[in-house]
Design a protein around this ligand. Sequence first.
Ligand SMILES: Cc1ncc(C[n+]2csc(CCOP(=O)(O)OP(=O)(O)O)c2C)c(N)n1
Length: 324
Amino acid sequence: MKLEKEDLLKLYRNLARARVLDQLAIKMLSEGKFMGFYHSAFGGEAPGVGGTTFLRQDDYIYPHHRGHGIPHACGKGGDLQPFFAEHCGKATGTTKGMTGFHGCDPEHGMYGGGGTIGSAFPLSVGWALAAKKNGRGQVSVCFFGDGSMGRGTFHEAMNMAANWKLPVVWVCENNGMGQYVPIKDAYPLDDIANMASAYGIPGVVVDGQDVVAVAEAVVAAVERAREGKGPSLIECKCLRFRSHAEGIPDWYHAEKRSEEEVKELMKRCPVALYRNRLLEQGLLTQEDAERIDRELAEEAAEIERQCDEAPFPDPSVLENAVYA
Ligand SMILES: Cc1ncc(C[n+]2csc(CCOP(=O)(O)OP(=O)(O)O)c2C)c(N)n1
């Protein structure tokens, strides 16, 4: 698939939307509207958006916890209102306010998340096995961080998916940090994509600040998977501009990066880089860019308004959601 002008503009809108909604999540959490905490995707939105924008609606995805699936849901084109309501613990949330940030959207192939990093790997293999058996040509795309790659589940899942040639695309969002541990202290090689050779599958490294580079790599891997040729591993070297999580007490923070270092990283903002490129290439006009900003700001304000007005769930919901 060659990305045409309308694809590139769709990618821009999804990326800009992910940025606006990530900033909304930070704001709502700081105002005490969110339950729990929030792992901001600020600066690292491109892998989630680039990795989902050209998927089919019925393709399965397991989002990374960074951004709590906002970039991935933006790429898939989902309605984010119930997702925000879930974070606020409201009855209109994706799981009626019972799970906080492990939201789901089955219509867009998002079947929720889990609190333990690494739980995504076997689930993604299961969805891929279901896809292979039902023959509808779906793929399963699993997004994960460099830190979670250290779990044993990663290797078990990689092996099974490769051995059975399952339609999985592994997308590593390598932002160089596993919570507060720099990747160089946790992994002996430079590229996580090297892992692919151990399982006989393609492994590529892409610039994770470049949403087009991510999209092209994922589109190629998805085409391969749909043709029955099995999984691929894509490592997106990306950044995150915030510390590990918002809403965690200061004493808990052990951020190893200085403010100067982060300021330097912010020169590689994926949204600004892509917007400028589209403007320079004449694919986006200044007026259209400003119109998109206004529309996204209106969407954010409406999401917040609806969250504020939604009721909290009746406690009986807890009993109704218990299977036995
Ligand atoms: C099994 C397990 N161990 C530890 C944690 C705590 N934890 C949550 S996010 C995280 C960092 C994971 O690093 P990475 O996958 O690189 O993502 P990042 O948050 O750095 O973007 C850790 C250690 C957890 N949730 N589950």
